[in-house]
Design a protein around this ligand. Sequence first.
Ligand SMILES: Cc1cc2nc3c(=O)[nH]c(=O)nc-3n(C[C@H](O)[C@H](O)[C@H](O)COP(=O)(O)O)c2cc1C
Length: 286
Amino acid sequence: MILDPNDLSAGDLYGYLSTAVAPRPIAFVSTVDANGRVNLSPFSYFNVFSTRPPILVFSPIRRGRDGSAKDTLNNVHEVAEATISIVNYPMVEQVSLTSTEYPTGVNEFGKGGFTEVASEVVRPPRVGEAPVCFECRVNEVIALGEGGGAGNLVVCEVLRIHVQEGMLDDDGKLATRKLDLVARLGGSDYARITPETLFEIPKPLRNCGMGIDQLPAHIRQSTVLTGNNLGRLANQEQLPDADTINQVRDLPDVQRARRRGTVHLHELAQVYLREGRVVEALAMLV
Ligand SMILES: Cc1cc2nc3c(=O)[nH]c(=O)nc-3n(C[C@H](O)[C@H](O)[C@H](O)COP(=O)(O)O)c2cc1C
């Protein structure tokens, strides 16, 4: 199926974009207007775009029905400051509630039952319940269009980072396994990041993965090994040397699998990969 965005209704276009570009983190944004009235709303068109300077960007889009601007957008034009809180599971239903289109001037801290905590260097208060909150100066607002659905990139520079107690690991680093993060997907779907849903991929940081094109053809063309299996194998710097290959060939389970045929050998390699024994998996395949 190939689609031209110009042929799609606004709703369908939103559906394709927001369902495919997922999961998205959620920025829970507090702002104030020129009179100091506080606003709080979630935005999942959001990410980090620079480390130094530390830049976060979120996008309040113009309302589909009349192209009008959301309070958050008006506020950052009036007072170029915001706090961006990261949303985790314990607060996500309350966060969703604050996305109700309350009239301008209504403070959604109250509607969502959140605690206003005075920020250190910006006027908008921050969300006391958030696991992490960034105090930001708004450097720039870039309008991406004028009509309904048009985004506005709110470019925020982080001035302070607040981290809730209990969110660090033993090394003092922010711990994914403690944050209990949530993400927005298409429609009404959300995802929760728990230790069970996490998996690790070793980074080829110091070394340089040899690449799938360097694997022997009979491995690349395996009917058993998946793209993920090949990616993990080819993350090794080089093929194993003869000694390693001979040692692995002598392992009883490898000998047994070899006798039973290629499919069994490749299935055993998958077991080794799952156990993190990548060199041995590669050696038995070579
Ligand atoms: C999880 C979640 C993510 C959202 N993401 C966005 C977004 O990225 N952009 C947007 O314009 N609206 C988004 N919304 C809707 C706004 O939160 C909603 O329009 C809100 O009323 C805007 O508030 P404001 O007028 O006070 O700024 C999202 C709503 C939820 C619940």
